[in-house]
Design a binder for this molecule. Structure first.
Ligand SMILES: Nc1nc2c(ncn2[C@@H]2O[C@H](COP(=O)(O)OP(=O)(O)OP(=O)(O)O)[C@@H](O)[C@H]2O)c(=O)[nH]1
Length: 467
């Protein structure tokens, strides 16, 4: 064991058998940026060991895949909403896996599905009978671009903001007019942090939640949370939850014809609010992988550095959509139906490829909770995203990847040809180099008690803390 590992073990032992692990709930409507924020926290954890419970809809657990590479330990629940699919003892079992002293985790984050009811989740954590579980607060992410319109359709979102312990007003780069004032008004005394790409200062959560109850007042409290009996009554009425009116469609197919797929993206049915997953596109000799997200009218595609197989997997979530019709529309984009593409067919899709420097902040270490550089149109202070790219190697990698992706696609250059080695690499995890942090402890952050959690998701029943 390395010196830091020994220190960690001694530290854990020193905290005694009664050491409790704070459990933070990360909530927010579909596409608000929960996974983005979670990945940012994991990248900036600097030795704080974080366990994650991921709850996603669809048989392709996109969120779990996108955090799996950098998490210390993880359990994942697919195909259902945490707040409905598990009772208190079910969640307790998951949390027990992660808060077990043998796992030596410092913090557990529960990433709720975008349709989860945070009040129910808070209750479930508070009701935990596990002696190691400590409620660490509710962090509510608000999509600054979509919130005003969403609130019309989902009035309950205002209550979720009001009950949070910390509100992160994310996507301020795309903020709707007046959204900051609106959210601040709804949040009342709760702090509202403006952010881009979830770049809040990780210390904000870690410091706040690692204090033992006896160490003084908790900084993340649930004082404002109304746990009155009247509220308890509506807990069982899941028909009022957003997921009661949203359908989820999972499509797994082969490579897609990029032009057809771009046309599908452009003509998405109105009710389709959220789409996420990974698609393979390109010409037969040269396939490329893209992670695709749509949130409302917003479309974003990011090139996957190390694509897995040559398939495409998408989760589509919408209200009042024709699920089977939607599936058929996606399947029509597969090369098996649409035929193979030529180089020029990639161009319409490239329009949606994100500026990689936006994401680079996830790898940066110099994060800011907001309030220093840069003003947005909405008068929100946020950290300058470019300033987050403190590591020149990371910055160069992003720039190079961007240049290659764009230039080659346009020029038809073979330089980005799908390398067979890459194709064999099934690992969807982020490239470790991309999140390298020179100052970080040299010890790998994989789960000490359960190393395979580093690469694979571990079902709670399979977790053996003694291993
Ligand atoms: N422009 C912009 N896009 C963002 C920001 N934060 C996240 N995104 C993008 O929004 C999309 C959705 O982000 P996710 O982190 O997957 O959102 P989520 O809340 O986990 O989504 P669900 O799990 O489906 O509820 C992705 O394409 C992100 O890159 C931001 O601050 N600005």
């Amino acid at each position: 064991m390395t010196a830091s590992g020994q220190q960690r073990r001694r530290g854990a032992a020193g905290r005694g058998a009664a050491r409790r692990v704070p459990v933070v709930i990360l909530a927010g409507f579909l596409g608000a940026g929960k996974t983005t924020l979670l990945n940012h926290l994991l990248a900036g954890a600097r030795g704080t060991r974080i366990g994650v419970v991921v709850n996603d809809f669809g048989s392709v657990n996109v969120d779990a895949l996108s955090v799996a590479g950098q998490v210390d330990s993880m359990v994942s629940l697919e195909n259902g909403c945490l707040c409905c699919a598990v009772d208190a003892s079910g969640l307790d079992r998951m949390l027990s896996v992660l808060t077990d002293p043998a796992a030596e985790l410092d913090l557990v984050v529960v990433e709720a599905s975008g349709l989860a009811e945070p009040r129910s989740l808070v209750r479930l954590v508070l009701a935990s009978e596990d002696p190691y579980v400590e409620y660490g607060g509710l962090v509510e992410l608000v999509d600054a671009a979509e919130f005003p319109a969403l609130r019309e359709r989902h009035p309950e979102l205002a209550d979720q903001v009001a009950m949070a312990d910390l509100v992160v007003l994310n996507k301020v780069d795309r903020a709707a007019d007046g959204v900051a004032d609106l959210v601040r008004e709804l949040a009342g005394p709760t702090p509202v942090l403006p952010a881009e790409f979830g770049r809040i200062d990780p210390e904000l959560l870690f410091d706040r939640v690692t204090a033992a109850p006896d160490d003084g007042p908790r900084q993340l409290t649930f004082d404002d949370l109304r746990l009155a009996e009247a509220d308890a009554d509506d807990h069982d009425d899941h028909s009022t939850h957003a997921h009661a009116v949203y359908d989820t469609v999972t499509v797994e197919t082969g490579p897609l014809h990029p032009r057809r797929f771009a046309a599908f993206l452009e003509a998405r049915p109105a009710g389709l609010y959220r789409m996420k997953g990974t698609v393979t596109v390109g010409v037969p000799a040269r396939r490329e992988g893209y992670e695709v997200h749509t949130v409302g009218a917003y479309v974003r595609a990011e090139r996957v550095a190390r694509p897995g197989d040559r398939g495409s997997r998408l989760v589509l979530i919408g209200a009042g959509v024709d699920a089977e019709g939607l599936r058929a529309e996606v399947e029509k984009c597969s090369t098996a139906v649409a035929g193979e593409a030529v180089e020029q067919d990639l161009l319409p899709l490239l329009r949606y490829v994100a500026d990689p420097s936006r994401d680079a902040g996830d790898a940066g270490e110099d994060v800011d909770a907001g309030g220093v550089d840069g003003d947005t149109a909405d008068g929100l202070d946020v950290a300058d995203p470019a300033a987050d790219i403190t590591d020149p190697v990371v910055a160069a990698e992003f720039t190079a990847a961007d240049a290659v992706a764009r230039d080659d696609a346009v020029a038809g250059d073979d330089a980005v040809a799908w390398d067979d080695d890459m194709a064999r690499d099934d690992d969807m995890a982020r490239d470790d180099d991309m999140v390298a942090d020179d100052d970080a402890e040299p010890e790998p952050t994989g789960c000490v008690a359960h190393p395979e959690a580093f690469d694979t998701l571990v079902a709670p029943e399979d977790f053996d803390p003694e291993r």
